[in-house]
Design a protein around this ligand. Sequence first.
Ligand code: GDP
Length: 440
Amino acid sequence: MFENLSERLDKIFRNLRGKGYLTEDNIKAGLREVRMALLEADVNFRIVKNFIAEVEKRALGVEVMKSLTPGQQVVKIVYEQLVNLMDTEGFQFKVFNNRLTKVMLVGLQGSGKTTACAKLAAFYRKKGIKPMLVACDVYRPAAVDQLKILGKQIGIPVVSEDTKNVLKIADSALSMADKEMVNLLIFDTAGRLHIDEPMMEEVARLKTHIKPDYIFFVADATTGQDAVTIAKEFYDKLAFDAVILTKLDGDARGGAALSIKAVTGKPVAFVGIGEKISDLEIFYPDRMASRILGMGDVLTLIEKAEEAIDMEAEEKLARKMLKNQFTLNDFLKQLQSIKKMGSLESIIRMIPGLGRKLPADLKIDDKALKHIEAIIQSMTEKEREHPEIINGSRRLRIAKGCGLSVTEVNRLLRQFEEMKKMLKKVNTPQGRKHIERMMG
Ligand code: GDP
């Protein structure tokens, strides 16, 4: 996500930070480079012009020139202007659990609209909301089937009918939602490869008919300025409320994320960060600006950890570790909570100072985690609790069971032994006191 832009800005700011004091020329030269970096990130040129003018006005003022850390001050100003640029001011998506909220998703074919419907439904179900999906993309036959498959996969009902009359489908959905006491009704609407009048008219008719509480425009981030131009056209005809920006995981540049609010006047509300149903996040401009500037995104990381980790189990585990009773079963449980937080790469990139140091094209493979999991799962309960009984023939059986080599089984057992040895070292009276203090 935004790797190219992040790397460029990092280089520019490292240079500025390295100087004890900044002259007007230093700042202007630095900002010229920022301007180039933003243009290369495919940010709309008018937005870049205003952005740089604002930053320059503030950076040449007393707050920077007189500061003890002028380079740092410039970064702070750029951060604040980035947050402004993506500001969601005033927009709030509210779903109540005592009445029906109707939502329409609109956008071009391939933007990720159908996937976003399912992601949104699953996201709010986790918060105790009862969602239902409506298949109104009747011109792409696969879209209806795709929504039905996704609905089945996540156990959320999908309303579809064998007709091209979307108003009729909408009526059925509304009465079904009423009967089933649904709180969130999400309409997947017609998408085409290009904007065309009949599509727009149909979506507009559906809008007039169902009077949605919210319309989200779904945009594919990887298409950069094209996504922004299409957003503008959709906005002029449909006046949507906010944007769901998909495929941010594949967007190294960030042009759409940084331009869409300024061009349409409507903010990004959610972002898609992968193909999995759980790969949807609420969009927070400040966290995004932090990620772009390589400061990491601690808040999202903490939220993910809180969702994935059961604190009570963690405390129990910590106590077991202190008593040196940590087993392979505990190790497996730990791996599984880490996996729930997302891919290793997405976790690592959120760590302040670390994400930026990784090369943009580095792909961290989750295979090693999967291998460890498979090896432990091929062990018997007794072996997991007492790995010391795993002799040669057991190692062979485990390797066969998970389809990996004995060397890999040996490696895991060795690493586990080393970890236990390390725990023993920590497990001195001082070490214990320190850990107990941390656990309260
Ligand atoms: P629609 O034609 O707009 O309904 O688009 P789909 O929902 O069928 O999505 C098109 C393709 O984009 C599918 O292969 C999805 O799996 C993929 N996709 C959707 N959202 C994301 C995302 O956030 N990240 C990635 N990497 N792929 C996505």
